[in-house]
Structure formats: C-alpha cells, structure tokens
Design a binder for this molecule. Structure first.
Ligand SMILES: Cc1cc2nc3c(=O)[nH]c(=O)nc-3n(C[C@H](O)[C@H](O)[C@H](O)COP(=O)(O)O)c2cc1C
Length: 226
C-alpha cells in the first residue's frame, strides 16, 4: 500500500535551475537539487525531458542553481515553474549574472547560488538527472532563509506540476465526491475558478484558457475537494 502523504515527509528545497549563455538562456523551478558527493563536490538536478531547459544544460554542459528565499513570490513560481521558455523569454527583464561557465544565474528573490559544470547525465525515462561538479558558490543575502517544499505546500498552498518528479496524480489517489459544481485552484497564484459563479464547467473551458490572474495554463489547475 502506498500512502502518498508519506512522500510529503521527504524534505526538499526550491530552486531555479538555469542554463544557456549570454545570447539565450532558460530556467525552471526544481525541488530535486541535492549534493551527491563531497570530493569533488557534485550536485544533481532532475529535469523533465520536455522542459525547455534540458536542451540548454546538454548544450552548455553547465547549469546554475539559485536558492529561492522563503517569501519568494507567486510571480517567480508562475514564471519559472508553470510556464515554459518555449513560449516566451523567461530571462527577459530579470536580474541575471553570468557565471564562470558562462551560464546565466537568476539573482531575483534568491539568497545564494551555485554553478556546476556538467559531469554526467543519467537517463531516468521521463527525466534526466544532471550531475555537475561545483565550480562556484556565493551567498547573495545572508539575512533570509531558503524556502522549503513543505513551506511552499503548507503556507503558499501550492503543489508541484506534472513535470516535477514529485508530482502526485491526485485523480488516482483520492476518492472524488459527487458534486455538480467544483472549484479549481491555480497552483501558481492561488486564483480560484468557481464553476457555480462562472456558470461554465472548468472542463468546458478551451484548452488554451489561462489563469486570468497570472497566466498559468489550464492543465496545471488543481481541483479542490471540500
Ligand atoms: C514546486 C515545483 C517543483 C518543481 N520541480 C521540478 C523538478 O524537480 N524537475 C522538473 O523537471 N520540473 C520541476 N518542476 C516543473 C518545472 O519547473 C516546469 O515544468 C517548468 O515550466 C519547465 O520550464 P521550461 O520548459 O522553461 O524548462 C517544478 C515546478 C514546481 C512549481
């Protein structure tokens, strides 16, 4: 028997993993960044093969990891965690520094960053696990705490979307009550789509419908059972 709640007892941080160069770069929110060896210091980051960023890491053979602060905004999660760089330039207008390897480092809402040169890539089917050797690490703001996945779930009331390795398919794990109208919540900004108020079933909205508050895609919305 698998109790999915037990999986939430495993702790993670939340990061922006970024790659590319001065001409073009991209980044995504990841909770699967962790140190795997100390000598040499190496870090792993798991990236869905469909993530736009995966191609940048393979081409640049390097990546940066920005450690997000605890009160990081919904906008930063919306931009890097629920939208793809295939659709717009995620780094445009952001505060970017270029690291020793040439990869972009996102400084916004971050308290520290590390930069790694790609060492190994492990194919995990849906995801690639990138393992990189540490070449640079800096503190940006020593006064703030890093955000944890637990805080993101409990305080920000958000969950990881389908591309995250820790995504849980709730339609398989929960018993659904019979209700005529439901509510759906935007995982990026918390906007509630209320079918009874809108008089349109969520499933009848067009596939290209997006969150009116933050632009998050329809498929990322989470049905709320009350
Ligand atoms: C809390 C959270 C954790 C996530 N963790 C991961 C992760 O570890 N690996 C991954 O591939 N995607 C993860 N994602 C999903 C990606 O950030 C998301 O699919 C992103 O839009 C991909 O952007 P890209 O296509 O521009 O690379 C996570 C998203 C959120 C909000």
């Amino acid at each position: 028997m698998i109790n999915f709640e037990a999986l939430f007892k495993i702790s993670y941080g939340l990061y922006i993993v970024c790659s590319g160069d001065k001409n073009l770069g991209n980044g995504f929110i990841s909770n699967t960044v962790f140190q795997v060896t100390s000598e040499p210091a190496r870090f792993a980051a798991c990236c869905h093969k469909n993530n736009f960023t995966s191609g940048f890491i393979m081409d640049s053979r390097a990546f940066s990891v920005s450690v997000l602060k605890r009160d990081a905004s919904s906008e930063i999660f919306g931009r890097f965690g629920y939208k793809s760089g295939k659709d717009f330039d995620k780094l445009a207008g952001m505060d970017i520094r270029y690291g020793d390897t040439g990869v972009p480092v996102v400084l916004n809402e971050s308290i520290a960053f590390i930069e790694c040169r790609l060492d190994q890539t492990i194919d995990l089917g849906t995801h690639l696990m990138f393992i990189g050797e540490l070449v640079n690490a800096e503190i940006l703001d020593n006064t703030k705490e890093p955000i944890t996945y637990l805080y993101y779930r409990q305080v920000k009331k958000a969950v990881a979307p389908k591309n995250a390795p820790t995504y849980i398919n709730r339609s398989k794990s929960e018993v659904k009550p019979m209700v005529l109208f439901s509510k759906y919540e935007c995982p990026a900004c918390g906007f509630i789509y209320d079918e009874s108020a809108e008089k349109v079933k969520f499933e009848d909205l067009p596939e290209d419908w997006v969150c009116p508050a933050c632009g998050c895609g329809k498929t990322d919305f989470i049905k709320i059972y009350q």
